[in-house]
Design a protein around this ligand. Sequence first.
Ligand SMILES: Nc1ncnc2c1ncn2[C@@H]1O[C@H](COP(=O)(O)OP(=O)(O)OP(=O)(O)O)[C@@H](O)[C@H]1O
Length: 224
Amino acid sequence: MKTILEARNINKYFRKPVLFHVLKDINFKVNQGEFASIMGKSGCGKSTLLYILSTMDTGYEGDLYLNTELITGQENEKLSYIRNKHIGFVFQFHYLLSEFSVLENVMLPAKKLAEKSIEEIEYNAIEKLRILNIEHIAKKRASQISGGEKQRVAIARALINNPTIIMGDEPTGNLDSQNSDNVFNIFKQLSEEQGLSLLVVTHDQDFADKTDRIIQMGDGRIIN
Ligand SMILES: Nc1ncnc2c1ncn2[C@@H]1O[C@H](COP(=O)(O)OP(=O)(O)OP(=O)(O)O)[C@@H](O)[C@H]1O
């Protein structure tokens, strides 16, 4: 089984206001097509870990690999490229640009990557909207759609560059149970049918129970 993400002996310290060892010897792998969740009490270090895994925080000890490439120690410009190309993000708050259309929002990360023509990017964006069953709202402004639709647009946007892994920080935290189920089913389908890996921080036990694996954190460690 191909490993997509690997954390080796990750330790992190916050130095202020007092020295605080927030992440302690974190080791784990996420395989291709695996749908894993991270759970743990508030303050145990989940967001801090996700920030490191998503290459946004470089102030840690240990080694991080993505697609077997060592990420740790890479220059900021390269990290930004890796992030855009290989990682899709879905957050609790969708961060869509409200005055832009749904289609334009989905196209943005591909425009930033600038590896394809606008026509090709638009074609791919419509294809992602179709997969998520929201092609019919492509021309609407992001401010004119429902919460559940916004989260599906955020997922389409996360998929536009065909990432190898999707990382989520409470992606269903703002949704009712029906829309949470929808998001879960979309993620499950992406992992099973497209071999996409998913790593999702959640407080939702029902959601986590349905994932392939729960990575349980406690006091800065992986405890299960
Ligand atoms: N910039 C910072 N400086 C100092 N301490 C911090 C900083 N950011 C977070 N912390 C502390 O690190 C610990 C872990 O925080 P983190 O946000 O990773 O927890 P979490 O498990 O994601 O919590 P929640 O479930 O509430 O989002 C907490 O005790 C927090 O107060």
